[in-house]
Design a protein. Structure first.
Length: 289
């Protein structure tokens, strides 16, 4: 069955949400509509719809005009077995002492690496994206300096690959992983089982540090937060409050030209830059309180 997409951008959250609601009343109806802020400080919002039948391009053009959006770009997507496609494209990733792989590459495990199994169907946080890879390399760097974590938390954990990496290195540590998305928490727990690590990491649904278990386990020796600039800036005071003196934060999800702003906000909260590294367009920071 063919899939069609229709995408546009415009300025302003309210306008974008209004356009998204209007798209849902089109005939044929979209199977889904998404409204997302473009994370480049441009102030732009992206509005997109997915259709199983060719969309009404005249109707889309009218909506774009009425809501002050750019003309919709309409595309037909080829039928694709996405899991099979991802399996072909996602080769194993080495990040220092860590080796992230899918079950289809189980025969490639090197004996001198710490293996972390993440299935292709659970693609967010496989280690291939510059942010996840940067965090794993940052963790590897800290371990190389002799740092040991006794209490660790992964905020916005996705697949929880970062929490798993910490639990593998420090099996006696108290490691938690949280995400605002219930599905991500289920994925994280499934990954623990797949890696024979059931119970090694406590996975829970929470926004930021807003959960009793997260507060009770503080202060932390190490906090991961691989999210986006906006949430990272908003979390800076809480991050500082939940990090022990001398403890580290590994932050990513930051575009290279956003890094200075994040560094400045954390410095104002007493959490200062130790190292920054760029992979492609993304920056990963190691900070210390």
């Amino acid at each position: 069955m063919p899939t069609f997409t229709a995408l546009t951008t415009l300025t302003g959250k309210a306008q974008a949400e209004a356009l998204g609601e209007a798209m849902e009343r089109l005939n044929p109806e979209p199977t889904g509509v998404g409204v997302f802020e473009v994370e480049d400080d441009s102030g732009l919002w992206e509005v997109g719809g997915y259709f199983t039948d060719a969309p009404d391009e005249a109707g889309l053009a009218l909506l774009a005009t009425l809501h002050g959006a750019k003309p919709f770009a309409v595309s037909e997507l080829p039928e694709t077995d996405w899991v099979a496609h991802v399996r072909r494209e996602l080769a194993p990733v080495e990040a220092g002492r860590f080796f992230v792989y899918g079950s289809h590459d189980a025969d490639k495990l090197p004996g001198d690496k710490i293996p972390l199994l993440i299935e292709a169907a659970m693609a967010f946080g496989t280690g291939h994206h510059g942010t996840t890879l940067g965090c794993l390399k940052a963790l590897d760097h800290l371990i190389g300096t002799g740092f040991e974590g006794d209490k660790v938390v992964d905020i916005g954990c996705g697949t929880a690959v970062l929490a798993m990496a910490a639990a593998r290195v420090w099996p006696q540590a108290r490691v938690l992983a949280s995400d605002i998305d219930e599905v991500a928490v289920d994925v994280a727990e499934a990954n623990m089982d797949a890696n024979g690590m059931k119970g090694a990491v406590q996975c829970l649904e929470a926004a930021g540090f807003d959960a009793p278990a997260l507060k009770e386990s503080a202060p932390y020796d190490l906090i991961f937060a691989n999210i986006l600039k906006g949430p990272l800036v908003a979390l800076a005071p809480d991050m500082a409050a939940h990090l022990r003196a001398g403890g580290y934060a590994i932050l990513s999800g930051i575009l290279n030209d956003q890094a200075d702003d994040v560094i400045a906000v954390y410095a104002q909260n007493g959490v200062n830059l130790v190292q920054r590294a760029e992979i492609g367009e993304w920056t990963t920071l190691i900070l210390q309180r």
